[in-house]
Design a protein around this ligand. Structure first.
Ligand code: DSN
Length: 421
């Protein structure tokens, strides 16, 4: 367990906030599907003297001296990443997912070029071309959607029509709020017809792909994968770009540095190496499969109890519920109510949501973090019942308080890595 004596003496305000956050994580159920708990080994190297080093460039080709050990950790991170995802090249320097995507766009496109990505309200991500992002001032984005929100099937016929008309340079797979598998082979075939690169932003599902529980887009011939490293992959906060072939990887390297970022955050690069080492172990495969078993069990129990799940189920780690249709409350009301009993998730737009992003109809939640705590199918039933009881209790303060105590008691049985039980 880390010791925070120096922090306590130096800065009590920050120390107290840190202790509060530890208690919150220990005593609450984390269902935000993009969050997870890192291992103590990952945490140790994140809080290390690698922070003190500037390392612009890449292993063996840096702009500063003193790179013996930074070269070592970055080379190990690259080697493990390429092994984990079965590809020729990895750039492990992106500071987060958005910089990874921006670096990827600039590596593959000229200003004015077109990208085809998933519509935000159908599950896509802001960095896939939402008008509020600056990247849309440089590149042109067109969208694809689900054909049928009851099954989640993507409209691949429309995707093809739009691709033939708009001639995108990139067809972008990937999402942050979509509970189904994509048909990468179909997307690749459309991309080949129009001469587009294929890129998968697998930030949410990287852990399941690494663990063999979901399909690897490289197996269907995709060119590039971008990802974060801190979601289901269970590493430090950061990003990464993977290329099936070395030649494209060299373009990514130039784009990330010197094209876009400055010095890499070497303690995070070292922590990525440790996390990738953990993900290469056989037990990570069990973890990846259990995430999905847990998610499907929860989805099933919610549906048994009359909840309206977007796409009527899940193939991956996340679920979306239309709260208005299910319970006559908004996504914000559900989020607030569940927060009060120590269950954290996020409000979310549903497909073609008539409501606004800050007050949408749905919630989004998932199982990567609770699976790290060792929870399995029986615990999914307990958690679903807690959630349903909270929604039922609504304004009954004493029922909500009683439920919150039960949630804390339940959490005590499942320690968070790196936090004292
Ligand atoms: N913030 C991430 C998520 O929650 O999905 C995506 O960037």
């Amino acid at each position: 367990m880390p010791i925070y004596d120096a922090l306590q003496a130096e800065d009590p305000a920050i120390y107290n906030a840190l202790m509060g956050e530890m208690d919150r994580q220990r005593d609450g159920v984390e269902l935000i599907p993009s969050e997870n708990y890192i291992s103590p080994a990952v945490m140790e190297v994140m809080a290390s003297v690698f922070n003190n080093k500037y390392s612009e460039g890449y292993p063996g080709k840096r702009y500063y001296g003193g790179q013996e050990y930074t070269d070592c950790v970055e080379s190990i991170a690259i080697e493990r990443a390429t092994k984990l995802f079965n590809c020729e090249h990895a750039n492990v320097q992106p500071h987060a997912g958005a910089p990874a995507n921006i670096g990827m766009y600039f590596a593959l496109l000229e200003p004015g070029d077109t990208v085809m990505g998933m519509d935000l309200s159908h599950g896509g991500h802001l960095t896939h071309g939402h008008p509020v992002t600056y990247i849309t001032k440089i590149f042109n984005f067109v969208r694809y959607k689900m054909k049928d929100v009851e099954t989640g099937e993507i409209d691949y016929d429309e995707m093809r029509e739009v691709a033939l008309r708009e001639k995108p340079k990139i067809i972008l797979a990937g999402f942050s709020a979509y509970p189904r598998e994509l048909d990468y082979a179909k997307m690749k075939a459309i991309a080949d017809e129009v001469g587009a690169y294929t890129v998968a932003d697998m930030a949410h599902i990287a852990g399941m792909i690494a663990g063999g529980a979901l399909r690897n887009p490289f197996d269907d011939g995709f060119d590039v994968i971008t990802t974060t490293t801190h979601k289901s992959l269970r590493g430090p906060r950061g990003g990464m770009i993977l290329c099936r072939e070395l030649a494209l990887g060299k373009k990514m390297d130039k784009s990330i540095f010197p094209g876009f970022q400055g010095g890499p955050i070497m303690q995070m690069v070292a922590a990525k190496a440790v996390a990738f080492g953990e993900a290469l172990k056989p037990e990570f495969k069990d973890y990846a499969h259990q995430i999905i078993k847990n998610s499907q069990r929860m989805a099933h129990r919610f549906m048994e109890n009359g909840a309206k799940l977007i796409t009527n189920g899940t193939d991956n780690h996340l679920m979306m519920i239309d709260c208005v249709k299910s319970w006559g409350i908004t996504g914000q009301e559900a989020e607030t109510l569940l927060d009060r009993v120590g269950i954290t998730l996020n409000k979310n737009m549903i497909a073609d949501d008539p409501r606004k992003p800050m007050d949408p109809s749905g919630i989004r939640f998932g199982t990567p973090a609770i699976t790290t705590r060792g929870m399995k199918e029986p615990e999914m039933d307990i958690l679903t019942d807690f959630m349903l009881r909270a929604i039922e209790a609504k304004e009954d303060n004493s029922a909500i308080e009683q439920l919150h105590s039960e949630v804390i008691e339940f959490c005590r049985g499942f320690p968070v890595p790196g936090i004292k039980a």
